[in-house]
Design a binder for this molecule. Structure first.
Ligand code: PRP
Length: 190
């Protein structure tokens, strides 16, 4: 049910400000520039959650690169990431022999990323690295360790800067903690 007072009333607290996101994303972009200089990597945007992070991160990358997009959805128990990933939209480009940088908004259980890296490794890229804005290691269910992490966060239900609950809040410019009354008992959903 959408709050008639506006979506800001659904937010308990700001967790990561727009300023902190901007600063950290620029740092990550510059670190990636150093690591991938002259390698023309392919940045992969995992839709939809990583849209803003992907856009800001790639604009902080100061060398040649290419951009591609894929869309995935998990299915099974609808309230929790199942880890079984269906590819709704595949990459347009071949990644064989290329340096690949997967850009995610959040790694929670790690099941989505586990499946995605297996899928992409089968295409024989030169390398794959995982970049995530947010990492919730407390919730990890498999051995996925991102190579670059913007912020390690506690086990709170977060939205904004691409992250949604029930399809909304993605357009918030900061990451906030959702009030528990908004999601009720759906605390396992990401
Ligand atoms: C979110 C997020 C990751 C995944 C992380 O995607 O973008 O892909 O969940 O969860 P996990 O580590 O427990 O697997 P979601 O399925 O909500 O889709 P979205 O990006 O379109 O919001």
């Amino acid at each position: 049910m959408l709050n008639t007072m506006g979506f800001k009333n659904d937010i308990l607290d700001s967790l990561i400000s727009k300023e902190d996101i901007d600063r950290r994303v620029k740092e990550m972009g510059l670190a990636l520039t150093e690591e991938y200089r002259g390698k023309n990597p392919i940045f992969i945007c995992v839709l939809k959650g990583s849209i803003h992070f992907f856009s800001d991160l790639t604009r902080s990358f100061e060398d040649y690169c290419e951009l591609d997009f894929l869309s995935i959805s998990s299915y099974g128990n609808a309230r929790k990431t199942s880890g079984i990933v269906r590819l709704n939209k595949d990459l347009d480009m071949s990644i064989t022999g290329r340096h690949v940088i997967i850009v995610e908004d959040i790694i929670d259980s790690g099941l989505t990323m586990n499946h995605l890296t297996s899928l992409l490794r089968a295409r024989n890229p030169e390398s794959i690295k995982i970049v995530t804005l947010l990492d919730k290691p407390e919730r990890r269910e498999c051995a996925i360790t991102p190579d670059y992490v913007g912020f390690v966060i506690p086990n709170e239900y977060v939205v904004g800067y691409g992250l949604d609950y029930a399809g909304v809040y993605r357009n918030m410019p900061y990451v906030g903690i959702l009030k528990s009354e908004v999601y009720g008992d759906e605390s396992t959903e990401v």
